[in-house]
Design a binder for this molecule. Structure first.
Ligand code: KIV
Length: 257
């Protein structure tokens, strides 16, 4: 299999749909890679899925660098994208470039950051410094306090125009792909048709060029999941059952034998 990179992801538009997911550690990154996942995102959702936070906001650069390193050392073919955590690029463009460089030095092939027109200057700086950027518009979880909750975006025509403008702006600024999170599927379809770059939807319907799912949702490790998620396994039940059986076996002397 070939190693996925910016060029192969771009070339997939209109040719092949890409099923992509998050991973935050060596074991699951290796399994996702072996299964043929083309892009593994070390999402800032690691805050909720591995660190026990309620939002992505507390995730910091050390959390990100440790997870990116573990994932990058464990994949062969997948492209690794490192999410820039909240505060790592809202602090001025010089510091943001420094943080993006650190994410690439930890092993990522590209960074992802949230925002539309407001982050285009930074996207231009990063791409001209050789740092590929996967943008993220629509519902941007780092702005949860601004929205007053994780709410679908682009529902009114005015909001939809804004999301479309943001998507066009990040493409013009040099992003190689753009995440469309929690927007109506008709809007995602309109954006996907309007852009030359790959759209990666999450809760944005079936028309996008690629999809994200959070690993813990798709594997059923998270029992409560958003309504758009399809669970491909029920690992919470399997894992809990295995732990319980082990505890019982030790108690009853069945293990070790
Ligand atoms: O951190 C995350 O999980 C994301 C999703 C869009 C996949 O950014």
């Amino acid at each position: 299999m070939k190693k996925w990179n910016v060029a192969t992801v771009k070339a997939a538009k209109g040719v092949q749909k890409l099923g992509c997911c998050t991973a935050y550690d060596a074991c699951f990154a290796r399994l996702a890679d072996e299964a043929g996942v083309p892009i593994v995102l070390v999402g800032d959702s690691l805050g909720m899925n591995t660190l026990g936070y309620a939002t992505t906001l507390p995730v910091n650069m050390s959390d990100t660098l440790a997870a990116v390193g573990a994932v990058a050392r464990s994949v062969k073919d997948a492209m690794v994208v490192g999410d820039m955590p909240f505060g790592s690029y809202q602090c001025g463009d010089d510091k943001a470039v420094e943080n993006a460089v650190a994410i690439l030095k930890a092993g990522a092939d590209a960074v992802k950051l949230e925002g539309g027109a407001s982050v285009c200057g930074l996207i231009r700086r990063l791409t001209s410094a050789g740092i590929p950027v996967l943008a993220h518009v629509g519902m941007t979880p780092q702005s949860v306090n601004q929205y007053g909750g994780f709410k679908k975006q682009g529902k009114t025509r005015e909001q939809a125009e804004q999301v479309l403008c943001d998507a066009k702006a990040v493409e013009a600024a040099g992003a190689f792909a753009v995440t469309l999170e929690c927007v109506p599927s008709e809007l995602a379809a309109e954006i996907t048709a309007a852009l030359k770059i790959v759209t990666v939807g999450i809760g944005a319907g079936p028309v996008c060029d690629a999809q994200w799912l959070v690993m813990h949702d798709l594997l059923g490790l998270n029992e409560k999941v958003p309504s758009f998620v399809k669970k491909y396994a029920d690992l919470a039940k399997t894992v809990r059952g295995a732990f319980a059986e082990y505890v019982k076996d030790v108690q009853t002397g069945k293990f070790p034998d």
